[in-house]
Write a protein that binds this ligand. Structure first.
Ligand code: APR
Length: 309
């Protein structure tokens, strides 16, 4: 039997994620949305390109959640993108309701899946989804660190004028302003970036990495990023389907690691067929560890605030 992946939300991120998975022939894709005709139309459009892009996987568009049955991975992109001027609280309230309704259907029809949350605010939505799903924590994770790392690596490569393939880095912490690009672990073909770039240039790259999402929202004005987010989600889906044991950063439940507990936050993990197979406790500088704990405290505060309202 061919593998099956469900993508919930046939907007910009969901459609592009479905397309990337199908074009790589990773799995058949079921694309679900509440708007009648939209997932069906987009799926048909993607299928029409099959012979041109050597796509053997099938994409099915539907409004019926029962079709996600037996999906190995369910990627949730349903929800509103961040708009200029919209507060994080407003976004969390709106998208929290959507996550609630989507997760109840996932529980019903794909109770054994690995649940990958893409909807923002990411760490908050991933935590909400985990709580509502009743799934073991290893089967719920959020797509944040892969995207933040990719953006950081792109900016480093451009600054250094080297191929992005030679850059190797990691970004942990919240998928937001308090993310932590790990400078000590950032290298270009093994050479620490600190020996290649002056401190002020590194500092500028760190700032731009943290603001990348907002930078795109500011440019697009009517939506948020979807090319790099969908590439990140598809890479994570591939790691699960192929059981490749990728070491990457993802939003996962910490239960005491780094002195942090009961939040979803970006951490270095091993991703495989069962989902989160290990959470690595890597050595951080005192400043990074403090920043990490502060990032977690900000997420916890936000969770407390929205659960009280
Ligand atoms: N079930 C299924 N689909 C839903 C539901 C639901 N309950 N509620 C909303 N949707 C669908 C919408 O109909 C829409 O087609 O989710 C889709 C969202 O698409 P866009 O508005 O294009 O948003 P997009 O840019 O794809 O971003 C989606 O991903 O990266 C994050 O911040 C981003 O939270 C946002 C999410």
């Amino acid at each position: 039997m061919r593998e099956k992946v469900a993508v919930i939300g046939a907007g910009f991120v969901g459609t592009m994620t479905a397309q990337r998975i199908a074009e790589k022939n990773l799995a058949d894709v079921v694309l679900v949305d509440i708007i009648e005709g939209v997932p069906q139309g987009k799926a048909l459009d993607m299928n029409h390109a099959a012979s041109l892009v050597e796509m053997e996987a099938a994409v099915q568009g539907t409004n019926d959640f029962a079709e996600i049955r037996d999906s190995r991975v369910v990627v949730v992109t349903a929800g509103f993108p961040r708009m200029p001027g919209m507060s994080r609280e407003e976004l969390a309230a709106k998208n929290g309701k959507i996550i609630q309704s989507v997760v109840s259907r996932v529980r019903e029809f794909a109770p054994e899946c690995v649940l990958l949350i893409v909807t923002n605010p990411l760490d908050i939505m991933a935590y909400t989804a985990w709580k509502l799903s009743g799934f073991p924590a290893r089967r719920v994770l959020g797509m944040g660190g892969v995207l933040d790392t990719a953006r950081y690596e792109f900016l480093l490569a451009r600054e250094l004028g080297v191929s992005v393939r030679d850059i190797d880095a990691l970004v942990i912490g919240s998928h937001g302003d308090t993310m932590i690009p790990l400078v000590e672990y950032s290298r270009a073909r093994g050479v620490p970036i600190k020996s290649l770039l002056p401190e002020d240039r590194i500092e500028k790259i760190l700032e731009r990495t943290k603001n990348s999402g907002a930078e795109i929202v500011g440019l697009l004005k009517t939506g948020s990023a979807f090319h790099a987010p969908s590439a990140s989600a598809a890479a994570m889906v591939e790691a699960v389907l192929k059981d490749s044991g990728r070491l990457l950063a993802a939003s996962v439940l910490l239960e005491g690691q780094y002195g942090i507990r009961d939040v979803f936050i970006g951490a270095p993990i091993r991703l495989g067929a069962d989902g989160v197979e290990s959470i690595y406790e890597i050595v951080l500088s005192a400043a990074e560890l403090q920043a990490y704990r502060d990032s977690a405290a900000a997420i916890r505060q936000f969770l407390d605030k929205i659960s009280a309202s």
